[in-house]
Design a protein around this ligand. Sequence first.
Ligand code: UT7
Length: 351
Amino acid sequence: MSSSTIPKGHTLPVRFAGLASYLPDRVVTNDDLAEVLDTNDEWIRTRTGIRERRVLAPNQATSDLAIAAARAALNDAGMTADDLSAIVVATTTPDHTVPGTAPLVAAALGSEVTAFDINAACSGFLYALRVGAGMLATGDSAVLVVGAEALTRIVDPGDRSVAVLFGDGAGAAILVADDQASLGPFDLGADGSDPSMLWTEAGGTRQPVDGGVLHDRSNLLSMRGGDVYRNAVARMTASSKQVLADAGFGVDQVDLLVGHQANIRILEAVGQRLGIPAERSHITVDRHGNTSAASVPLALADAREAGRLNPGDTILLTAFGAGLTWGSCLLTWQPTRHQGTTTTAGGGGAM
Ligand code: UT7
């Protein structure tokens, strides 16, 4: 079965009116982890490319990260919450199982517009972009799309196979309709036939939390790393090729690859298979670790701050995550109203 794709060559007249991100203040280096785990900086750097990651404060939850990024994105767009018609939060680490995180974000912004979550794991921001763009096509005026995660809250800090990989953060974009703009084609897909490749086995309705679950710690994230690695490379490569083929684009027309930041070796392998040289791939995994649904908008905002998003540039976004899920799309970059910056808990004028 092939994955779902917008008809060949079809792009959506959608522009990023605002873009911003938020990273918690606390930096945890590989050496910090090596003090509490049987690991070391050399292993983490050579296997993953990660040097450090951000970790949210004890009094923060995913919505706090999302709200900070959302406010900064509104500021970047020169808009207020009153200008929004919908809020979509992509997260796999919601504040609560019930309710969703998006209504909490809306309330903090002082808004009562449509607000709901999307859980497509690390592909969540790509899915949310597709949903947000579709909502604009059916009458919405401005859709706030957030990728926000607090993965460090669902990993076992004593399990070195996962604890070193993940970080926390949020990225937000405001989508508006614009006949001169172009978002797409999209390729999104999912294969749920083997969810145990990357999952929290317990804690949901299949196996609610009880004493046994707490003892086994099976409510925390576990992963078959090698299988995930191979699937990530294969799926992100195939999905990227699909959108390029649908757009009728060659790889030489891609100005920048912004892929899901899980492991630098995965990004290098995808770039090599696509024929996109490393200097045209934006890397943040060294500083952010794997932030799941937040990783693509965090990397996109970081690329802009680094001066790597120029008017008219073609950006290839691609992601892969638990589910399995995957997704890719093209984005023609147009400047936002204000030059945004990444905010941190300690600063950032937009907060
Ligand atoms: O966001 C969703 C997508 N997620 C991903 O894309 C993650 C995909 N997977 C990966 O990035 C890699 O599979 C990992 C980075 C998770 C692991 O890298 P690997 O090269 O596949 O290593 P491995 O799991 O095969 O482990 C190699 C060795 C093992 O020791 P033995 O059995 O060879 O003696 C592990 O026990 O490394 C050991 N190891 C560690 N050593 C030091 C595993 N984790 C660590 C650690 N520090 N943190």
